[in-house]
Design a protein around this ligand. Structure first.
Ligand code: 8DG
Ligand code: MN
Ligand code: MN
Length: 469
């Protein structure tokens, strides 16, 4: 320990958003332990646990950004996010191969049950604790208890527990993205569809799929989501979910309440729910297998076979205006770069008018599975099926807020937390998924690319792959 190299200590920033962190790094043994401690504190969810959880997360982020594998805790001298407690945990792992505190949690029954129960869609630490208090040990115990709640998310979450716990693969995400793009192109040819969340940061799987949508004409984005959901319902891909309206208003900016500042929830129009992913999504992104077996499959699959043709046809075309996910240079001022096919546009308008007429029919039941009883949900889950239930988040942003929404919905959660705190503490600005605001001047700083967001923040640009802190 006499010859520890501490030469790089002063070069490393206190801010995780400045350092960046990639998905893989050389200190996984340590960050896994620290994130377990973080997870444990979050699940305890008592008075001081939030700040304890955050402290473990911050320390974990430091280790993720180290350019070397930790061999001695002395190497961490000078890092403000490494406290006494963390130092002890790391020293134990370095000296004995593991930390007793971490191992105790890892083997704790309470921790296992809490993780098990909070993995149910709609269940947080409070409900999980109440289930443990009832003496329930497993998902089977909870299921046996029958109707225990009014929240549809929990009924569906319990019925489809195994489905939703199986990670969404990249292939499924790509297949779903292609489908959404195809539908959106029909609904509104200029619309922009981007997969965000973990997949955009390079993760190979995730607990859900997050898709952000916008339209280059400000205001034109307002009705695309309900149309898209209508189209997905027609293909029998919608199981259950809920819409939230756009509740963002510039008045919020004069409201200096700390609550608004801390909340990581945004005010975009969105649909949060569960979709059907045909099994073929997992094996073939062009949905070949569905097309091949369409004769023997029910109606929904027949409709999907229509997709497979559309998608394959589309794949041979040069990808143009809808292909934006990787294009950070496109700006709201460069609308002319969007290819506008007038014929297509008038066709779209025609179809939109027809759809409006159709829409005026009684709206008693919007989606096929919306009104299923708890029993019916369970029998649907237990039926012989050729699909998997998947968590989906669909978000719509006005174009003027799009690049901030993109940064926000790309995450990671901790990257957001850090970059927002940095904006507040260092620049005195408020950063959200809606924009960057100078509260004193009552001004918003518009951005027409992610790079511009980072420039406004006086931060070096970080690729989504480097936002995995
Ligand atoms: P995973 O699904 O692969 O497990 O991870 P993830 O994709 O990073 O997490 P996520 O829970 O799906 O959230 C994606 C990002 O969206 C996350 O960094 C936080 C961000 N986000 C916002 N606004 C909101 C919001 O209102 N609700 C939620 N749940 N996330 C939001 O910017
Ligand atoms: Mn996600
Ligand atoms: Mn999500």
């Amino acid at each position: 320990a006499d010859h520890v190299d501490t030469s790089n200590v002063t070069e490393v920033s206190d801010w995780a958003c400045k350092r960046g962190a990639t998905l893989t790094h050389c200190n996984e043994k340590f960050t896994e332990a620290l994130e377990l401690l973080q997870n444990h504190a979050e699940l305890r969810n008592e008075a001081s646990d939030y700040s304890r959880a955050l402290a473990f997360r911050r320390a974990s982020c430091v280790l993720k950004s180290l350019p070397f594998a930790l061999t001695d805790v002395q190497q961490l001298i000078g890092y403000k996010d490494i406290g006494e407690h963390v130092r002890k945990v790391l020293a134990d792992i370095l000296d004995y191969g593991s930390s007793p505190e971490v191992e105790e949690i890892r083997n704790s029954e309470w921790f296992h049950k809490m993780k098990l129960f909070t993995n149910v869609f709609g269940v947080g630490p409070a409900i999980a604790k109440s289930w443990i208090d009832k003496g329930w040990q497993s998902i089977a115990d909870v299921r046996l208890a029958g109707s225990i709640n009014k929240d549809w998310r929990i009924s569906w979450g319990l019925a489809f527990y195994e489905d939703l716990l199986t990670p969404v693969t990249m292939q499924e995400a790509e297949a779903f993205e292609t489908l959404i793009r195809t539908e959106m192109k029909k609904i509104s040819p200029l619309s922009i569809v981007t997969v965000t969340g973990g997949f955009r940061r390079g993760k190979s799987n995730g607990h859900d799929i997050d898709i952000l949508m916008t339209h280059p004409d400000e205001g034109a984005e307002t009705n695309i989501l309900s149309k898209l959901m209508g189209a997905l319902n027609k293909c029998d891909l919608v199981l259950k979910g809920y819409f939230t309206q756009n509740t963002f208003s510039s008045e919020m900016l004069s409201d200096d309440s700390k609550k608004g500042l801390r909340s990581h929830f945004d005010h975009f129009e969105k649909w949060i729910g569960i979709c059907k992913f045909p099994k073929s999504f997992q094996t073939d992104r062009k949905l070949q297998s569905v097309r091949d077996s369409s004769e023997t499959l029910p109606e929904s699959a027949q409709q999907l076979s229509h997709y497979s043709r559309t998608i394959q046809h589309q794949d041979v075309l040069p990808s143009e205006h809808v292909n934006i996910s990787a294009d950070n240079t496109m700006s709201p001022c460069s609308k002319h770069t969007f290819k506008t096919d007038d014929k297509q546009k008038s066709l779209t308008l025609k179809r939109e008018r027809t759809e409006m007429l159709e829409d005026s029919s009684p709206k008693s039941k919007r989606f096929k599975y919306e009104d299923l009883s708890e029993k019916e949900v369970i029998s649907l889950a237990n039926s012989d099926r050729n699909w998997t239930a998947r968590r989906v988040d669909l978000i719509v942003s006005p174009y003027s807020q799009y690049y901030y929404a993109l940064v926000g919905w790309t995450g990671s959660k901790h990257f957001n937390r850090d970059i927002r705190l940095y904006a507040q503490k260092v620049l005195g600005l408020r950063l959200t998924s809606h924009g960057l605001f100078d509260m004193k001047k009552g001004e918003a700083l518009p951005a027409s690319s992610e790079e511009e967001v980072f420039r406004h923040l006086q931060l070096p640009y970080r690729d989504p792959m480097e936002r995995n802190c």
